[in-house]
Design a binder for this molecule. Sequence first.
Ligand SMILES: [Zn+2]
Length: 126
Amino acid sequence: MSRISNIKAKIKTEIEENTSRIKHHIEVQRSKGDSSEAVDVTQDESNKAESRRVLNELSARNDALNKALFRIKNDTYLDCKTCLDEITEERLEATLVAELCIYCANKEFAINKIIQPKHNPSFRRV
Ligand SMILES: [Zn+2]
């Protein structure tokens, strides 16, 4: 099996896993909180809020994975979105949904650090 078809299989497996987790969290959102079990209403609400957060994360991840599948199909999976240079297969194996080559990703990371210096307390010391 080629590396890309290996990656493609990994992506499909993850989408399936995420989809079943998404279904579970949709059930949690729909459940009214069984009154016969005397569930603490506040606890139930915070469980739902946490479940909603996970649900959003899983949906976003699946969107990204589906986009990656689409790029594989269109033969643009290896192209960096910014510089059109080739993204290495090693990088894609590690980060299935990578859209940037390592150089552009590092550049973007550095820019985000400057925009949000509070996430990097050592930044001001330089
Ligand atoms: Zn690039």
